[in-house]
Design a protein around this ligand. Sequence first.
Ligand code: PLP
Length: 396
Amino acid sequence: MTNQDVFSKDSTYVAHTYNRFPVAVQSGCGATVKDFDGKEYIDFGSGIGANALGFCNEGWVKAVTEQLHLVQHTSNLFYTLPDVLLAERLCEITGYSKVFFCNSGAEANEGAIKLARKYGREKKGDHCHQIITLRNSFHGRTVTTLAATGQDSFHQHFFPFTEGFQYVSINDRQQLSDAIDDSVCGIMVELVQGEGGVTVLDKEYAQYLETLCKENDILLIVDEVQTGIGRTGTFLCCEQYHIRPNIITLAKGLGAGLPIGAILMDKTSGEIFQPGQHGSTFGGNPVVCAGGIEVLKQVCTEGFLSSVSAKAAHLKGLLVTLPGVADVSGLGLMIGVTLKEGLNAREIASRCAENGLLILTAKTKLRIMPPLNITLEEIKRGIDVLCKCLSEQTYS
Ligand SMILES: *Cc1c(COP(=O)(O)O)cnc(C)c1O
């Protein structure tokens, strides 16, 4: 098998929904991967933040394979141990009351939207079903989470979208308070908008959001699908904002590369769903949850989260010195790089792939989200490639 063999089968048989880079990943270790032609890459994208522990992390592989030899799936008609243990650990770590498991970020957000709607209806009546989200947000690809996504470019082709979403501009308090009335049951935000361009919410704005929600008995939903599980240097990004949303959604990093989503619920939101009102065939899958328990174990090891912050500071320090870099944004190891005029992020990312670095983009920025345990050596190798590609573009 060569890369080309994989590309041509993909082109023939796989639906053309992705704009892929010409790299067929064959194997990996840590933040280093190899393609089918034997070429090596440093991974600054970790499968869009999902491979939190890098490729083939020893403890995680052990946890997953041990569980595979016991039980791989039962459906939620029965109990399994990894499911309840992962829920217990998540509650212990975060102080939340209940967890619902599903398979993806979009599915977690769908569940959160259902929670807010049911809550609004029971508290205030049928008319209370509106959910406010932010412009430039990203909440998923289902028809409802596309509607929740505050970007017109996502509201095409698939009409009619789910009703009941309103969008306000990020960090604008007036717009937000003007949008609040008794038809609003929930507000859903990302604290750092990932796909939208690695834009960080102001602290005061986030705290204002929390206050408004409390005063008006509206559920605050924070989408931590990308920011959660240590990505920003704290276990939850909310901790840095000193806010306590009613609902937090998780996915990406929690599975370390296997599909999982989770809804964390506080005392109020934890009592909304009754048996039969929500579910998922694979939700709480024992193999995925066994891996998730290992993710929490490693991320909560003394010194792990502070090393995420230290590596983030180190990386940002290197990035600002590179040619072609105008600005660096983000929190922790969720980093956006604004390029100087004339430089195209997608083109630079393609050049990087050719030269041995996998890197993401977000709108017009480069986006860097390496495995949380990337080594300093791997950071250096990645930065060297990026520097080379930026230099060529800047001076050619
Ligand atoms: C990736 C992402 C989603 C969607 O997650 P999927 O697992 O792809 O469904 C939702 N919200 C945010 C903030 C994301 O980054």
